[in-house]
Design a protein around this ligand. Structure first.
Ligand code: ADE
Length: 255
């Protein structure tokens, strides 16, 4: 039977899903709470990784070594980099890159030394499942009305939220100036969004040969307003996106 891990960095990104796991078995390992149980009838392990690449890699490794998971999903928020990645949109990752990895001149900038790789691909089949779920939720308006209302930001009300697929950047920095966001866009023009964990989990899953997929809702534009937008979004909206998209994801899955 498939045992799926569901990971977010912060409680605010997963609160609505964790609420559904109230009866689950709790295991404390490496300072994290792993909830083992069923979600919409499917066997899952749900955990908060904390923030940053090392915290995410530790969490992913514990999931793989101690909990015998066979697939990994990450869900959370990200800063939008590409113009089309607007607040309230969803980005499904096809690949990840660490934008703060630079061992030049020993290795090309962004390449993870001794892997010969800078881009770590997500699993095509799992990613397609996640993308279909996200598209269905956004197109059919399955986020409850109060979610977008609670959002209180103009963007989500004035445009139909979209699903995008492509490259997501990760690094141990909250990108909170337009100057830094523009530098990233110029250096890596195909990047859609930036966050702080995904590439680390992608690398660990690559090492273990376990399928990985990731979904990020755009909480801010990684610009001078990023800090305020991020806080407002995670407090009011983020976990409802995760809960709605995961509920849809599981309706298509065989048990
Ligand atoms: N996660 C959400 N917004 C982010 C940003 N602007 N930079 C890094 N990680 C983020």
């Amino acid at each position: 039977m498939t045992r799926l891990a569901i990971v977010s960095a912060m409680h605010e990104e997963l609160a609505a899903v964790l609420a559904l796991m109230a009866g689950a078995q709790q295991h404390r390992v490496a300072g994290r709470e792993f909830a083992v149980g069923k979600l919409h009838g499917h066997e899952v392990v749900v955990v908060l990784s904390r923030i940053g690449k090392v915290a995410a890699a530790t969490t992913a490794t514990v999931l793989l070594e101690r909990f015998g998971i066979s697939q990994m999903l990450f869900t959370g928020v990200a800063g939008g980099l590409a113009a089309q990645a607007r607040v309230g949109d969803v980005v499904v990752a096809t690949e990840f890159l660490q934008h703060d990895m630079d061992a030049a001149p020993l290795f090309p900038t962004y390449e993870v030394p001794l892997y010969g790789l800078s881009h770590f691909k997500t699993d095509a089949a799992l990613t397609a499942e996640l993308e279909l779920a996200a598209e269905t939720v956004l197109q059919r308006g399955l986020l409850d009305a109060s979610t977008l209302h609670a959002f209180g930001m103009q963007q989500a009300q004035t445009h139909q939220a979209q699903t995008h697929r492509g490259l997501i950047l990760s690094g141990d920095r909250f990108v909170s100036t337009r100057a830094e966001s523009q530098r990233l866009q110029q250096a890596l023009p195909e990047a859609l969004a930036v966050e702080m964990e995904g590439a680390a989990v992608a690398q660990v899953c690559h090492d273990f040969g376990v399928p990985f997929a990731a979904l990020r809702t755009i909480s801010d534009r990684a610009d001078d307003d990023a800090h305020a937008d991020f806080l407002k979004f995670v407090e009011r909206v983020a976990s409802r996106y995760s809960a709605a998209i995961l509920a849809q994801f599981f309706t298509h899955r065989a048990r």
